[in-house]
Ligand binder design. Structure first.
Ligand code: ADP
Length: 494
């Protein structure tokens, strides 16, 4: 059953109960008033019928008492003195008129008492007042005075009232039902709209749809706000998921591509080696290799092996980088400790001094690092510095690469600055992307385009940021800003 119908039924039900209570009350009040007025009249007539003392002879049954209306009221006198069942002693004249004489029913002497009864005589309703008549000075009932009124008019009036109440009640109930339907439809219409939008979103991929907010601060308005908020969250999550998926697909395809290049070179060289060393005269497979002197063959082989070794190194570097990024994606938890930064920077500088390079390697000033501690992972921080330093060496043909430190507030900066090829401003925003290599470096220097992505991940792990300053042809400066922690005394040496 729909909420609309339920609401309407509840509403109509309550209305019907209220109306029934109202109708019964009105009817009872009206009936009571009508009948009590009649009772008063009957009592009054009864009291005026006896004109003087004595017993029956003194009754004037055609009373002219006020309230006596011969057209509706009749009087009857019953005598119990001869028979307990009583005999009718007299009647007012109006009861004797016409073809059908009227006799009001009366009880036995033993049951006679003052009371009002209803009776139907010749299909006419009567309301009768019975008043016992006592034998002089005793408590013995000798007779009964009946004053009855034709209540056809009253009954008709009450039955009309009942009819009116039923009719108006039915009409009001119908009106309440229709009004309830209309009101609940109006009240629930916004919910239908909400469902409508939700269904459209469910059936298509229209995640940017929002439910129009028409109402002020009512329940539906709040529901709309909540659902719209939820939809925004869903849309964002869905977009993030799509972006992540796309990035993942790009990453996998770039990685496969990068791995294929060294593999192709290695396979080519292995084929060449096979040809060079194939048995001489082994069919006509190798005309090229035939006729080579041993010295040539040795020379060619050495070159091939050299190529293979180079490519294998390149591949292992690439695989290591891919592994690091896979860990980053998997949310790899890195152990952190308090590290003294100066010894760490000196270690990085020492390792750098062994790297092949064309530029001069300079270290310092590092005084800003004295007594500076950070929270971090030693190996990862060394890797981060080594990525920046190696890049400096790779992209600097002459001049120098320098490592130095500076302090600003709660952050300490480690800068690797070079006098190398530099970067065009439009490349800078992309160099931290996976597999991104600025055009100038493509083909000229060996690299995977993954180093800075790893550097960025390590920096994020340490709540650090990397700042890049660069000018084409003049050089670049990469600065890692790491948050400083209060000086440690008994901590592990960094
Ligand atoms: P890779 O060096 O293996 O290409 P990176 O992620 O380390 O990959 O660097 C991405 C790109 O950023 C490099 O290809 C290069 O174009 C540019 N780059 C990085 N460091 C420097 C630098 N010190 N000077 C000039 N360009 C740089």
């Amino acid at each position: 059953m729909s909420i609309r119908l339920k609401l309407t039924l509840w509403y109509s039900g309550l209305f019907a109960i209220a109306f029934i209570v109202f109708g019964i009350t009105v009817y009872n009040v009206v009936e009571h008033n009508t009948m009590s007025e009649l009772r008063e009249r009957l009592r009054e007539v009864a009291s005026k019928v006896q004109t003087s003392g004595g017993f029956f002879g003194e009754y004037n049954l055609d009373s002219t008492a006020p309230g006596f209306d011969a057209s509706v009221i009749g009087i009857q006198l019953v005598d119990y003195r001869q028979r307990h069942a009583g005999i009718v002693l007299g009647k007012s004249r109006n009861m004797l008129l016409g073809v059908r004489e009227i006799t009001m029913p009366y009880p036995d002497q033993s049951e006679a008492r003052e009371r009002f009864t209803d009776a139907s005589i010749h299909q006419t309703s009567f309301y009768i007042y019975e008043k016992p008549i006592y034998i002089n000075g005793t408590k013995d009932i000798g007779g009964l005075l009946l004053v009855g009124a034709n209540t056809d008019r009253e009954q008709q009036f009450l039955s009309q009232l009942r009819g009116i109440l039923w009719l108006s009640g039915g009409a009001a109930l119908l009106a309440a039902f229709l009004l309830g339907m209309f009101l609940s439809r109006k009240a629930l219409a916004p919910i239908d709209r909400v469902t409508d939008v939700a269904q459209r979103i469910q059936s298509g991929s229209e995640l940017d749809l929002r439910i129009p907010r028409e109402r002020a601060d009512d329940e539906v308005g709040r529901l709309t706000d909540t659902l719209n908020g939820m939809l925004s969250g869903l849309e964002k999550a869905y977009k993030n998921l799509e972006e992540t998926n796309a990035a993942q697909r790009r990453f996998v395809s770039d990685a496969s591509h990068e791995l294929r290049t060294p593999l192709t070179t290695i396979r080519g060289n292995v084929d060449l080696l096979e040809k060079i060393w194939a048995e001489q005269g082994d069919g006509d497979a190798d005309n090229q290799a035939q006729g080579l002197s041993d010295a040539d063959r040795r020379q060619l082989s050495l070159e091939s092996i050299h190529d293979i070794a180079d490519e294998a190194r390149r591949m292992s570097r690439l695989v290591n980088d891919l592994l690091a990024l896979a860990r980053a994606d998997a949310g790899y938890v890195v152990e952190m400790e308090s590290l003294s930064l100066r010894p760490l920077a000196e270690e990085a500088a020492r390792r750098a001094s062994f790297l092949p390079r064309r530029a001069e390697w300079l270290v310092g000033p590092l005084e800003a690092l004295n007594g500076v501690w950070v929270r971090g992972n030693r190996d990862y921080l060394l890797q981060l510095l080594s990525i920046l330093i190696e890049n400096g060496f790779k992209y600097t043909n002459e001049g120098s690469v320098r490592l130095y430190a500076a302090r600003t507030g709660d952050y300490v900066g480690l800068t690797v600055v070079d006098t190398g090829i530099g970067l065009l401003p439009e490349h800078i925003p992309h160099i931290f992307e996976r597999f991104y290599r600025a055009d100038v470096s493509r083909g000229e220097t060996a690299g995977t385009g993954l180093g800075l992505s790893i550097a960025k991940w390590i920096a994020e792990l340490h709540h650090a940021s990397i700042d890049v300053q660069s000018r084409p042809g003049e050089g670049s400066a990469f600065t890692i800003w790491i948050p400083v922690i209060p000086e440690q005394h008994d901590a592990i040496r960094g």
